[in-house]
Design a protein around this ligand. Sequence first.
Ligand code: SF4
Ligand code: SF4
Length: 481
Amino acid sequence: MTQISAPPSPMPGNKPVKFFARREKIYPRKVSGHYRRLKWLAMIVTLAIYYLAPLIRWDRGSQAPDQAILIDLPARRAYWFFIEIWPQEVYYLTAILVFAAIALFFVTSLLGRVWCGYFCPQTVWTDLYIAVEHWVQGDRVARQRLDKMPLCLEKIWKKGLTHFLWLLIAFCTGGAFVFYFNDAPTLWQQLLSFEVSHTVSGFIAALTFSTYIMAGYAREQVCTYMCPYARFQAAMFDKDTLIIGYDPVRGEPRGKHKAGTSWEGHGHCIDCTACVQVCPTGIDIRKGLQMECIACGLCVDACNDIMDKINLPRGLIRYDTEQRIESKDSAKNQSPRIWRPRTFYYLTILCLVAGLVIYGQLNRKPFELHALHSRNPLMVKLADGQIRNGYEIKILNKTHEDGSFSLRVENLQDAHIEIRGAGHLSPENLEVLADHVGSFHAFVSAPAQKDTPSDIRFILKDNQTGIEETYDSMFISRETK
Ligand code: SF4
Ligand code: SF4
C-alpha cells in the first residue's frame, strides 16, 4: 500500500509545501486480452441486470403487484421475487446488508479486489463512459491531441457527441432506477406521455446528474478519495491475498532492450510504460501494491502483449499472491494459499447469516398479531364488580387473500372479549383484507386478579388454516401508585 510520509517542514527560504495537487486527467489506452474480455462480460451482465430487472414479472395473485423486484413506498412493502418484506420485518433488510458486507469480505479474502475491478457500479459505468469516449474520440493519443486542440469543428462534434451519449446513458440509468420504485410498464407509459410526478422526475434528474458527474468526470477519484471500502480493505489483505502485482525479481533492472541482444544482467521490463498507459486509475503498478489499484487486470493484458512481442514468457505483471510475486526462492513455485483461516471465518459468518435469513423466511407467519394495552384508562371497574381492560388489536394479514380470524385470551379465568367498532364485530370473526392491517378496539373483562398486573396471552387463529399466532400482554385489576 502507498506509504504516506509526513510533509517536510517548511524551512526558512524553502518554497511553501503544497497540500493540494490538481488532478491530472487520465487517458487510458485501449487494450485487449483475457482480463479485458472478463471486464466486458462483467459489464454486459451487470448492466443487463440493472436495466432489465424491473421488467421481470412475478405472479403474486390479483391482490399484489406482479413486479419481481419492487420497493413499493406508498404501500410500505418491498418485494424480491418470492420474498416480501413489511415495515415490521426491516430486520431482514439489516440481515441482507450484513450478508452483502460479509460476502464482500469473503470474496476479497479469496480473490482480492474483484468487486472493485469488475462489479462496482462506479467501475462499470466509468468503463462504459471510457468506451464511449474511445469510440467517438479515438485512442489515448487521439484524445490527448483533441484536448490540446483549439476549438474547431472536429473538437465540437466529437466532444458534443461524447457528452450527448454520456447524458443518454445517465438518463437511462436514472430512468431505470425509478422503475425499482414503481410499476415499470405503467411508469414507462407515463414517461412516454410526459405524465410523471415531480418526485419521479426529480429522482431521474438527480440520478442522471450524479451518473454523468461520477462516471464522466470524477472517475478514479471516487475510488481514491470517496470510497471507504478502498481504505479499510487493507485490513483484509495479507501476503496470501490475490493481487495484481509486478514481479520485481524478474523485471528489474528495467530499461530499454535492443532486439536480438542478450538478456543477461537485464530485467524483463523494457520500460515501455504500456502498463501505465492502460491503467484507468493512472498508477504505475511497478511501484508496488497501491491503494488506487482496483485490480482490473488491464495492466496484465498490456504487459502480456509486450512479452509476446519480445518473445518472453507472460506474467511479468500477474494476478498472484504478494508472497509469490515478491519471493526470490522456491516459495515462488508453491501453490497460492487461497483457503486460509480468515476465508473460513468469513464463510462461516456468511453461512450463519444466510441460514438465519432462510430460516426466518421459511418460518414466516402469514399473519401477525399486536395487542397494545390502552393507557387511558388503565382499567375500569364495572357495575357487576368485574374489571375491564382495553387493547388496541392490530392484525397484519401478510397473505394475498382476505382473512377471517378469531381472537381469544389465555391465562385469565372467565375472561370475556368484546370487540368495538362500526357494525357488528365478533371476536370469532375478525375480517382483514388481503395485504392489509386490521385495527380493532377490544375490551377484555374478567374478575379482579390477585396479582396485578397479571400476565395474559392473546391467541389469534386463522379460521381457514387453523394457524395460530400469540401476543403476550397484561391485565390490570387495580390502579397502583
Ligand atoms: S508493460 Fe511490462 S514491460 Fe512494459 S513497462 Fe510495464 S511492466 Fe515493463
Ligand atoms: S494497476 Fe493494473 S490492475 Fe491496478 S488499476 Fe491499474 S491497470 Fe488495473
